[in-house]
Structure formats: C-alpha cells, structure tokens
Design a binder for this molecule. Structure first.
Ligand code: FAD
Length: 424
C-alpha cells in the first residue's frame, strides 16, 4: 500500500507541474487524492530517522516526509556533535533518562557499525570560587542520573591533564565523547530503508485535520510553497491518512501541531528560539585541548565550550541569543537566520579566556550556528522534552515531539525506542 501511495505521490507532483504549466494556477490540484498509510514520520532529522528505523525494524510500513531535499539539514547538522553523559538534567526527567540510555545505545551502535566516534571525556570547569558549589551540584546530579565514572579533580590536576587550561576545580566525565553525526544519520537511513521505510524528500506537511479521531495530513510538494506569498494554496497535493503520525519536525513541531485542526491548542506549548553560534580556532597544528572543556552552564545553554571534531578541528560555542520565530511556511522550509556575525567574537573571547587565557587575538573565525527549539524563554526555568500521545491529547495515533533540544542527538535512539514501545 505504501509503495502504491508513493508512486501516486510522484504522479500527483508530476500532474501538478503539468497542470501548472497549462493553467499557471497557484492551486495544486483540483481533486485531492487521499491515501491510507501505516506510519508517517514528519521530519528526517536524527530523531525522526531514528524513530523511522525503529518502527521499520519492528515490522511497520514507514513513510518519512521531509521538506528539505535530503535528511539532516536542520538542527541535526548544526550542533556540537557531543555524546553527552547525562549530568545536567533533573533526575527522572525525560532528558536525563533518554540521555543516559541514548548514550549507551549510541556508543554500541557506533562501535558495531564503524561510525566514527571517540570517547574523549570532558572537563566541566570552575574558574572562580563562587562556581565550585555549582560544580558539586552537577556532580550530585550526574550521580543521581546514573552517570558512571564522574570524578572531582583539583585545578592543578585538571591543568596537568590540559596544560592550556586554567581552572580552580573540574568535574571529569570520562563517558562523554564526540561522533560524526552525518555518518550516524546515513547509517540509520540505510537501515530504515533496508527494512522497508521510504523517504519522501521535498515534501512538506502543512497541517492536518481529524477524520474519525485520526489525524489526516495535508501534504505539499515543497517547491509549491517556496514562493509562498502569505496566502496558502487552497488545496494540498495529497492527504495522507496514517495509523500512526510522529511529528518530529524539530523547530517546526509546535507550529505544525497548531495547524492540526482538532488538536486542542492547550496541548501545543509556546515556541522559543535560542540561536547558538560557533567560532573555529585557526589551525595551529596540535589542538590546545584533548578533552571537551565546558564552563558552568549558563541560562539557555551549556556555556561557550570547547568541542573537537574527529579531525582535531577545535571550535568554541554555542552562545545563546534569543531570536524571533519566522512565519509557518518559512519555518517548515527551515528559512531561519543562521549566519554568524563576525562581531560576536568580541562576546566570545572574554568567556573563552576565563578558562583558556592564552587564546590569541584574531585566532577565531566565524563557524556555523544552530537554533535550539525551546519551550521556555529568557529568565524562565528550563523545560524537559515533551512527548505527547493519545493518552495526553486524546487523538489516536498522533505523537508530537516538542522541545527536542540538547541532548536530543545523544537521546535519539532512546527516544525512538520509547516511542516504538509506548505507541505501537
Ligand atoms: C547549537 C546546538 C548544539 C547542540 N549540541 C548538541 C550536542 O552536542 N549533543 C546532543 O546530544 N544534542 C545537541 N543538540 C541538540 C540536537 O542537535 C537536537 O536535539 C537534534 O538534532 C534534534 O533532531 P530532530 O530530528 O528533532 O530535529 P531536526 O534535526 O531539526 O529535524 C527536523 C526535520 O524536520 C523537517 N521539517 C520541519 N518542518 C517540516 C514539515 N512541515 N514537513 C516536513 N518536514 C519538516 C526539517 O526540515 C528537519 O529536517 C544541539 C542543538 C543545538 C541547536
């Protein structure tokens, strides 16, 4: 049935083009085809892909609908690529549970599939006496969350491990690491496809409606939306009627859920966006650090930290800059502002010099940025991942994933496991 509907989807797109050439009409088709499918995952970021793979491995017929021309072009390719230990999050929160479980699954998966990764360890550093209690608090939290191997070390010991570092005390987390996210996603996509899942790129879900308590999805070819002039086309290219829908649209997940007619607005949390920019260190031969170096977390993020990639390239970031959202369609098409203003370096340098005093002027180059899909705004308490199924909102077969910010990459396989176990 799935193969049939995809063939149909392609034909619809073809007929839409033909129709457009004929009529120059902005409408996508006159009669809207409807297809029943088993599972639809909206969004091919690392979480959506992991969910699709897990559902496919469990024998379900899965269609992944992705607005971009390929997988992983949004937040999943704009992050620190760190495998987090699970230290920062309140005990028993979804973030803590999924991070710890996801880390175990991720290391095992990467080792078995030869996906480039390295357990390089991390030092969270206190650079002032006032930060030491916070470090103790983090250590206690990590222990409560079941993170193994945490060790508090004096500044002198930390600086012996990392001669360029300056700190008065540090928390060593040996289980933290780095990975090649693209290779991970490629592997998960391949495995999902090998188990029958189909990826439909350039395909955007713009909303949905209820039919007999099931969510029907309104689908557009992405191109149809690219010159959108704030008036929605009157009809979608196709309506999909899945038994299970997983809304894994990242930054757009709440915006999209608001467009699901029949889902009460009280179930859709507010969206906030916190951009994080990175600056790379000009290559000077040997990188100054071997471990990940993190300051004490700041509001909205983990602080401007040191991350190494697997080639030894060192980057600093991400900072936290609260930004406004974009209109719904621009959000679905990932038209957020990602450019990195070179002037931000003035904000980075003093933060970095607190733990890396030898940072040379002019050695940082603008890198890239990512945007955190936040559910709480400036000066508000941090929130947990929010995963809502029928038990919460009452709509059969609809699962919304909201606020999948860090440690979403680390948690991806655990989120997939949870969804397949709870909602199939
Ligand atoms: C600066 C930064 C640093 C981070 N560092 C780390 C880290 O070191 N370790 C860690 O564990 N986590 C980290 N994270 C978090 C991690 O990157 C995310 O949690 C994870 O990538 C989220 O994946 P996702 O699949 O939910 O979302 P995304 O990767 O954003 O994927 C969502 C997909 O949905 C598609 N889409 C959107 N709307 C529609 C629609 N209407 N129709 C069809 N498709 C649609 C998008 O095109 C996109 O491909 C970081 C995040 C940021 C912002």
């Amino acid at each position: 049935m799935l193969k049939h509907s995809l063939g149909r989807l392609k034909r619809i797109q073809f007929s839409w083009h033909t129709l457009k050439n004929f009529t120059s009409s902005s409408s996508c088709s006159t009669t809207v085809p409807k297809e029943r499918v088993d599972c639809v995952v909206i969004g091919a970021g690392v979480v959506g892909i992991a969910v699709a793979r897990e559902l496919a491995l469990r024998g379900r017929d899965v269609l992944i609908v992705e607005s971009a021309p390929t997988f992983g072009t949004a937040t999943s390719s704009r992050n620190s690529e760190v495998i987090h230990a699970g230290i920062y999050y309140p005990p028993n929160s979804l973030k803590a549970t999924f991070c710890v479980r996801g880390r175990e699954l991720l290391y095992k998966y990467c080792s078995e599939r030869n996906i480039p990764h390295k357990q390089i360890g991390k030092l969270i550093v206190a650079t002032r006496p006032s930060e030491v209690p916070k470090l103790n608090h983090l250590m206690n939290r990590g222990i409560q969350n079941g993170v193994a191997g945490l060790k508090m070390v004096e500044g002198s010991e930390a600086m012996r491990m990392e001669p360029e570092l300056q700190c008065i005390r540090a928390l060593l987390s040996p289980v933290s690491g780095i990975l090649d996210t693209h290779s991970l996603m490629l592997s998960l996509v391949g495995e999902a496809e090998d188990n029958g899942a189909t990826f439909s790129y350039n395909t955007t879900v713009i909303g949905g409606h209820l039919n007999e308590n099931s969510m029907c999805l309104n689908i557009f070819e992405t191109k149809c939306l690219e010159n959108w002039n704030s008036r929605f086309p009157s009809q979608p290219d196709m309506v999909l009627i899945p038994k299970l829908v997983v809304n894994s649209a990242g930054l757009s997940a709440p915006v999209l859920a608001k467009r699901f007619e029949g889902l009460h607005s009280s179930f859709v949390p507010p969206s906030y966006y916190a951009r994080g920019c990175y600056f790379t260190l000009s290559s000077t031969g040997i990188p100054p650090f071997k471990h990940l170096i993190y300051p004490i977390p700041e509001e909205g993020g983990l602080g401007v930290h040191v991350t190494l990639d697997l080639d030894g390239q060192l980057k600093f970031g991400p900072d936290v800059e609260w930004i406004d959202g974009v209109d719904d369609i621009s959000s679905f098409l990932n038209k957020f502002e990602y450019s990195v203003c070179s002037k931000r370096v003035e904000l980075f340098c003093p933060e970095i010099r607190k733990y890396y005093p030898n940072l040379k002027d002019g050695s940082l180059q603008p890198g890239y940025s990512g945007i955190r899909p936040k559910l709480s705004g400036p000066q508000q308490s941090p929130t947990d991942f929010l995963i809502q199924g029928e038990d919460i909102h009452g709509i059969a077969g609809l699962v919304n994933l909201f606020g999948i910010e860090s440690p979403g990459l680390t948690s991806s396989m655990a989120i997939a496991e949870y969804i397949a176990t709870k909602f199939l």
